[in-house]
Design a protein around this ligand. Structure first.
Ligand SMILES: *[C@@H]1O[C@H](CO)[C@@H](O)[C@H](O)[C@H]1NC(C)=O
Ligand SMILES: *[C@@H]1O[C@H](CO)[C@@H](O)[C@H](O)[C@H]1NC(C)=O
Length: 406
């Protein structure tokens, strides 16, 4: 990859920066990126512990932080819609339009889902979800035409429609130290080299291809298991992966899961869970090749529970084509890369985190990013035919003799 010094480029438009972008500081709360600086309604009720979620498309706020009866600006449509997140139960919400205020923006009549059941005080442990995904995936004001690209302007689009930003693109700097998201702009100092352009892809089923965007899916061309000595390819078939910032687990396929566990040397089966020696885990990382862009996470980021010297992992599998249409990249990756989400144009852009704390923000006004971008050779090798477990190259289990040595 070409490394460019972006410092010179960035300073040019420094003056134009402050306006037309909305920057929201984030916190990492149990691996979720949360927003803690919003307020709703009149008089303002401050809300915090709201998950920034590219895996859903609506704002939902629970009764623990917001009371509609205390707000004079709330407009309750009295229309009911159903919602469900990951491990939560299905629940019903009223679609309410409300004033939403942040440090440097104010949106009027912004739609939010307000649970009908006052006992719903959290959603999987959080006070709300700020969905940033595609319109076709919206639950509020849903009509049968949603799939055709209607729906309402959700958060990134409302910022643009109400004249606060000039584009609905948003950029996530998910670094562990001071993470933040910028709407309508890019922090040119937060990553190294040109941004790698990655196409968002359509859902592919057993006998159909969706003709509109629903999930924020990209192609992962290869996955490798890395220890100190070598790298083992555990997935070599292009596969659709959901870029869902609200997913703390890696959802993969049965074949890749088998390959992964075959690579470990020190495992034990207990209570139907495979446990891996923590000492071994600490030396291992996983690399996802996303349209040519490599992002690597230490496996310790995926530890679920511990059991003495052993740990289990937040990794699961589902069969493509029957149980699911896509795998899911664990949200740990966002700590190690800068991610620009350009949903309106169907691209994400990825850059290696620079770790810099000095921001140089450029606003974005049209489809062309105001910063250097590139495509890698895998760009043209997108996911176009349904993934098959049977086509995956299988990795042999490590020999027992090998296990004994360790
Ligand atoms: C929703 O119901 C409430 C209470 O019945 C009513 O005051 C309000 O006008 C209704 N909202 C709309 C948009 O019809
Ligand atoms: C509430 O928001 C929805 C979606 O943006 C919009 O269609 C509707 O007209 C709004 N209702 C009112 C009363 O402003």
């Amino acid at each position: 990859m070409l490394i460019l010094l972006l410092g010179v480029v960035s300073t040019v438009s420094c003056a134009a920066v402050a306006s037309n972008v909305v920057q929201i500081p984030l916190e990492i709360d149990n691996s979720m990126y949360t927003v803690n600086s919003l307020s709703l309604g009149l008089p303002a009720q401050s809300v915090s512990k709201i998950v920034l979620d590219t895996g859903s498309s609506d704002l939902v706020i629970t009764h623990s932080v917001y009371d509609i009866t205390k707000s004079t600006s709330a407009i309750n449509s009295n229309l009911t819609f159903s919602m469900q997140y990951g491990s939560s139960d299905l629940f019903y919400v009223f679609a309410v339009n409300e004033t939403l205020v942040g440090d440097d923006f104010k949106l009027s009549k912004f739609p939010l889902g307000y649970p009908k059941d006052t006992l719903i005080r959290d959603i999987v442990g959080y006070s709300g979800i700020l969905g940033l995904g595609f319109r076709a995936f919206e639950a509020l004001f849903r009509t049968s035409n949603n799939g055709k690209g209607v729906g309402y302007a959700n958060f990134p689009q409302a910022l643009k429609e109400q004249g606060i930003t000039k584009s609905s693109l948003f950029s996530l700097n998910g670094q562990s130290d001071n993470p933040y998201v910028i709407f309508g702009g890019v922090d040119t100092n937060a990553y190294e080299g040109p941004l790698v352009k990655v196409p968002i892809i359509f859902i592919i089923g057993t006998n159909f291809v969706l003709d509109y965007y629903l999930y924020l899916d990209v192609t992962v061309n290869q996955v490798t298991f890395n220890n100190k000595e070598d790298k083992t390819v555990i997935a070599n078939q292009p596969l659709a992966y959901w870029m869902d910032t609200g997913a703390d687990s890696w959802l993969t396929t049965p074949a890749i899961y088998k390959n992964l566990y075959n690579c470990f040397q020190n495992t034990k089966l207990e209570n139907e869970i495979t446990w891996i020696l923590i000492k071994e885990l600490k030396k291992i990382s996983i690399t996802f090749n996303i349209a040519g862009f490599d992002v690597t996470i230490p496996l310790t980021d995926l530890i679920d529970t511990k059991n003495g010297d052993y740990a289990s992992l937040k990794i699961d599998y589902a069969t493509i084509g029957t149980e699911t249409y896509q795998s899911i990249i664990p949200n740990a990756v966002y700590k190690y890369m800068y991610t620009v989400f350009d949903l309106d144009n169907g691209f994400v852009y990825l850059g290696k985190s620079s770790g810099s704390q000095r921001q140089v923000i450029k606003s974005v006004t049209n489809a062309e990013l105001p910063v250097p971008t590139t495509t890698l050779k895998e760009y043209t090798n997108s996911y176009t035919t349904l993934y098959k477990d049977s086509l995956e190259t299988m990795v042999a289990s490590r020999p027992t003799s090998c296990k004994k040595k360790h």
